[in-house]
Every structure is written in C-alpha cells, then in structure tokens.
Design a binder for this molecule. Sequence first.
Ligand SMILES: Cc1cc2nc3c(=O)[nH]c(=O)nc-3n(C[C@H](O)[C@H](O)[C@H](O)COP(=O)(O)O)c2cc1C
Length: 332
Amino acid sequence: MDAASIRLSVAPMMDWTDSHCRVFHRLLAPHARLYSEMVHANAVIHGDRDRLLAMDPVEHPVALQLGGSEPALLAQAARIGAERGFDEINLNCGCPSDRVQAGRFGACLMREPALVAASVAAMIESVQASAHPVAVTVKCRLGVDDDHDWDRFLGFVDTVAAAGCALFVVHARNAWLKGLSPKENREVPPLRYEWAYRLKRERPRLQVVVNGGIASLPEAVGHLAHADGAMLGRAAYHDPYLLHRLDATLHDTPERPRPDLLRALRPYVEAQLARGVPLRHITRHLLGLFHAQPGGRVFRQVLGEGVHRPGADWSLVERALAATASTAELAA
Ligand SMILES: Cc1cc2nc3c(=O)[nH]c(=O)nc-3n(C[C@H](O)[C@H](O)[C@H](O)COP(=O)(O)O)c2cc1C
C-alpha cells in the first residue's frame, strides 16, 4: 500500500465512524486513511447495503472493515465491498465483545491463525477477481487473555502474511476475553508498543500500523520512527482538530482555523438535509471540534440542544460558531 497513505489513519469505531463522520474527518485530514465501522460479512451479503456500505466519494482512501470467520462469506462480502469502491478490505481480529466471541470472530481469531489465513486467502482471491482489486489487511491485538508469547504473536502474523496480507494494524495490547467489557478492553490491558516496533524490525517487508492510546501530536509522530503508520481512534473522535494538526504536520501544509474547516462541511450538510437526513446525525460527530478551547463547552451546548428542534438546519451551526467566538473573546 502507498506508504504516504498509511502514515495517519482513523480507527474503525462502531456507531462512530459512519459515513457522515468520515466525510468530516476527510475535510480535517485530507491525507489520512479512514476506516468504516465493522460490518459483519453476513450483513453485507444479506442486509441493507445502501445503508451499511454508505460511502461518499470524498472519503477516499477509505477501508471497509469486515467481521466474520467463514472464508466463503468473507470472500463474498469483501468482493461486494471492493465493487462498491472501498480502497481496502480489513478483517477484524481485535474486537473482544461477548457477541463477537459467540460468533467466533474478532479477537478470538488470534488463536486461530490458520482460519484467519484461509479467510484472508479467500478474500484476496475474490477481490482480485473483481473490477476493483484492492488490498486485504488485518487489524489485530498482541494476543488474548494471558498469552504473552512473542513467538505465538509472530506465528499468527507469519501465517496470515503467507496468505497474502501485507499490512497489519496492531492494537498494541492483549484482549482479555473473560471479565472485561469492550470498553475496559481498550483501557485495562497494558499497551506494549515495543511488540509492534519489533514486528516491523523483524518483518521489514510488512507494513505495520500502530494503534492504541495515541492521544497527542508528538506521540503520533514518535510512533512513525518505528512503524509505518499511526492509527488514532478515540482521540481523533473526541478531539478532531488533532487530526487536522497531524495531517498538516505530516504533509507540511498550513493549519486552517476550526470555523473555516467546519464551514467547508456546509455543502455536504445541506445536501444531506435535502435528502431528509436529520441534522443531528451529522452534528453528533462535530461536538469535539473545539475540544479544550475557550468556548468549546458553549459550542457543544448550542449544537447539542438546538439540534432537536424541528427544522434545525445549517443556521444552528452558525449560531454555535458565533456563541463560541464571543465566549472565546470574553475569555481573552
Ligand atoms: C466506540 C468504539 C467502537 C469501536 N469499534 C471498533 C470496530 O468496529 N472495529 C475495530 O477493529 N475496533 C473497534 N474499536 C477499537 C478501535 O478501533 C481502536 O482499536 C481502539 O479504540 C484503540 O485505539 P485508541 O486508543 O486510539 O482509541 C472501537 C473503539 C471504540 C471507542
């Protein structure tokens, strides 16, 4: 995969990284790689594709993340995703939720490298035969429960790489499958970036993207000295201007003020409103734009409250911007 396009990415996040969110992130970070929420292969095949695979052309490069563990179904879903125009198909081997464990996919696949390899091989074959052959990648953890065996982790990667996967997103901690909620599983098992770095050192031909707990510009840039990319999840969502600063730093472009970035979203918002999409479906992703800034709380308040009134439209966003600016002026 083109090295520049994987240096910065935004993590797949269920309920968060829908198409509206990704369009906003694209405006902030023109060069970042964006990931969809996880969609189960069965849902891709049998569900409402227009909704589940919604994607706006401005989102590229954008990856579809799939969940599942049946090679034939994953192959079919991967092909559908590629033909819909996604630029990468990513297989989830990191999600620890009970629902996912019951379905035998997500993080528990770390214990089934042969099955993941068979899935990846089937997905690659199917995508290659499509009109839009794209890369198939994997997002994984370091291990599950108390596996702390480097050779087991490397064995997983080697087995899957031999099937044709050349890029691994490594959420650099274990998943504890018993006793922790998915939220706790993003916080409690300790981060061990050193394993992701070591993977890059020992397998330099693979592309390794580090994920987990990256919350600032220097941290993200620091990871790039040891790996091919940094993937941000929660920090990007809660503080989206960080994404903008990172993209500007990595590509040596000037930073733009928050209101300018937001106003660039106006044509998209108005087109969505005209299609009957409620404003709140989009504005919920914007609330963190003034994170830790004077007026940031007012921005969230005005937007969060006004959006439930009938007929809420772009003028509400302008009101939120004006209230934020006057609060910031008073604070100055
Ligand atoms: C609300 C939420 C939903 C998530 N959904 C997914 C998902 O669908 N697929 C996935 O691989 N990881 C998912 N994750 C995990 C993130 O992709 C990422 O690995 C994790 O949050 C650690 O990165 P961070 O510390 O930068 O947030 C989710 C995380 C959050 C907070």
